[in-house]
Design a protein around this ligand. Structure first.
Ligand SMILES: [Zn+2]
Length: 282
């Protein structure tokens, strides 16, 4: 496949040719940075792990430029750091037995620019070959601009797909802001208790980030445990790890639906819930 950036990287862990590797995809994640996929879309990775009838593909938009660096990475140039991050994402694909991982190598500013056609066109080309049934995106209420830019570019590409290519389900997932605040009836509850060893390894292998001073490994596992425990106040825990997602499928089914209006609708429901309880008990 030909992408806009010559440095775009496609890695197929089992060595199958690029086109058949991508076209076997059933579950696909589109994320901003190396390691976001493993934090937000472990549900999809686990659903496909060790199976021959389901395949997970990760798409990462940015090049990892400007990453913080300490310890053994302290003296690395920005180019060297980008190579480290690319390699770490490849390691995750190998460990998680992905169909393939595609790192498109854009700058954050290109991803955040609504007029940058390259990102949307690359995503469209990938989606037409992959034809995923399930798609994992950042959620539009995330607090990281590049994550929200990524989600908006991905939604735009998904909306351009013909109906025969459209995924059955599109999730907006947790990274820089969890989704515990969503009304329970709107929470897409994704169980991720299985293969806790694999889940831990997939985040832990990002040494440049974790030993660089951000314990994403502990924080991600902690959030999943907290979600599972605090999900239902009166029921015993069935799952020991849950991730939450916002259902973004209606935004793809109805391209005229405003992303902002749809997202703010959940916030209005939260406001109404808090208000009603206070009025009832006050
Ligand atoms: Zn990120």
């Amino acid at each position: 496949m030909q992408f806009h950036n010559p440095q775009a990287d496609v890695f197929v862990p089992d060595g199958v040719e690029e086109s058949p590797a991508l076209s076997r995809t059933t579950h696909l994640s589109i994320s901003a940075h190396q390691d976001d996929t493993e934090i937000m879309a472990y549900h999809g990775i686990w659903q496909c792990f060790g199976r021959s009838d389901r395949w997970f593909t990760g798409v990462v938009l940015t090049n990892g430029a400007g990453s913080p660096r300490t310890g053994i990475y302290g003296h690395y140039t920005d180019e060297e750091m980008q190579r480290v991050r690319l390699k770490e994402q490849r390691k995750a694909a190998y460990l998680g037995e992905y169909a393939c991982v595609i790192q498109l190598g854009y700058s954050s500013s290109a991803v955040k620019d609504p007029n940058s056609a390259g990102v949307r066109e690359d995503l469209l080309a990938i989606l037409r070959v992959a034809k995923p049934e399930v798609v994992y995106l950042h959620n539009p209420a995330d607090k990281h601009d590049t994550h929200v830019g990524t989600a908006l570019r991905a939604i735009a590409a998904l909306r351009e797909l013909g109906t025969e290519y459209r995924p059955k389900k599109v999730y907006g997932c947790e990274v820089w802001r969890d989704l515990d605040w969503l009304p329970d009836e709107d929470k897409q509850v994704l169980p991720v208790s299985a293969q806790a060893n694999l889940a831990a390894s997939l985040v832990g292998l990002y040494d440049s980030q974790v030993s660089g001073g951000k314990r994403y490994d502990l924080a991600t596992a902690g959030r999943r445990l907290a979600n599972a425990t605090y999900y239902a106040s009166h029921a015993a825990d069935v799952e020991t790890a849950l991730t939450y997602a916002m259902d973004l499928t209606p935004l793809i089914e109805d391209p005229g639906l405003s992303v902002a209006a749809y997202t703010l609708g959940f916030i209005d429901k939260l406001k109404a819930d808090v208000e009603a309880r206070l009025n009832r008990l006050g």
